[in-house]
Design a protein around this ligand. Structure first.
Ligand SMILES: Cc1cc2nc3c(=O)[nH]c(=O)nc-3n(C[C@H](O)[C@H](O)[C@H](O)COP(=O)(O)O)c2cc1C
Length: 279
């Protein structure tokens, strides 16, 4: 980032995303009791805590209202395989109670080149994310990318390469991130492709959430399937004719639910920490 480079702000230092807290302490006429009302406004959560401290044990009431965790499923798909996994992942995110936004990264190839590659038209109902600053509003992300020679497709890399400004202000620090992928073949680079996203996540200070073997069908040896502890995956075949199987789509839905559940827990935990700090 050259000489203009500044250190991204850690999650526990004030940033645009940090909760704004106002605290009012009222001492009652009775010097044995103190009433404190704290209002914490987190980026997407509002927590109101009212506690009454007394010299003897006294009842404490806590009311917490949190808005839904927001997760963006962001993908590039040339032939539609990743797009199918993305839709399955979105279902899983919703089933966990989070809000999901499905987005495509911009195409970098010209229509002429896409025609030569026999790429079908993109799904026009999925919005293309033009402004990377939109990422600030989400609590977590699940990125989908087809492999190109064992690494992420250049379209996704070009998208990440636009996030330098977000990096400079630490805007994505602490947000969850997962990955799903597609290759033509077994051995075509599912894990190596996933690994190429980890440098982006690490530099942004994002929290990578793998799925491990939380979906036991990843251990299924009775049928050919993509996916791994790194995330959901599918095989397109050398002609692109193979389509995601029910097992692969099931792992994708599971991944959406898994990452959403962890994101919801992190968000609730941060709201609790923020309110605890102000007590
Ligand atoms: C330039 C290029 C390089 C590719 N490299 C690989 C590769 O290294 N390994 C592999 O298994 N598939 C490779 N593929 C196949 C793509 O990964 C496959 O088309 C993609 O996973 C299908 O996903 P999509 O339908 O979402 O575009 C390559 C495809 C292209 C166009």
């Amino acid at each position: 980032m050259g000489s203009v480079c500044t250190r991204p702000t850690p999650i526990d230092e004030p940033t645009q995303q940090q909760p704004q807290t106002t605290s009012t302490t009222t001492h009652t006429a009775d010097s044995h009791s103190t009433t404190q009302t704290t209002t914490t406004t987190a980026p997407t959560a509002t927590t109101t805590t009212t506690s009454t401290e007394m010299s003897a044990a006294a009842p404490t009431t806590t009311t917490t209202t949190s808005s839904k965790a927001k997760i963006a499923v962001i993908y590039y798909s040339m032939y539609g395989h990743i797009a199918q996994l993305a839709a399955a992942i979105a279902k899983g995110v919703e089933s966990a109670g989070a809000e999901v936004t499905l987005l495509q990264v911009p195409e970098t190839l010209t229509q002429d080149v896409l025609d030569k590659m026999h790429a079908p038209a993109k799904n026009a109902s999925v919005r293309v994310i033009e402004d990377v600053n939109e990422l600030e509003q989400y609590d977590g992300f699940i990125f989908g990318l087809p492999t190109r020679f064992g690494v992420m497709a250049a379209q996704m890399k070009a998208f990440f390469d636009k996030t330098g400004g977000l990096w400079m202000r630490g805007a994505l620090v602490g947000k969850t991130a997962g990955v799903f992928f597609s290759t033509a073949s077994q051995g075509g680079g599912q894990e190596t492709t996933a690994l190429t996203t980890l440098t982006q996540f690490a530099h942004h200070g994002m929290v990578y959430v793998p799925i491990g073997y939380t979906d036991q069908s990843l251990l299924n040896l009775d049928e050919i399937h993509g996916g791994s502890p790194y995330g959901a995956g599918t095989f397109a075949g050398s002609t692109g004719a193979r389509q995601p199987t029910p097992l692969e789509l099931g792992v994708a839905t599971h991944q959406g639910k898994h990452i959403a559940t962890i994101t919801i827990a992190l968000k609730a935990g941060r709201a609790a920490v923020a309110s605890h700090k102000t007590e």
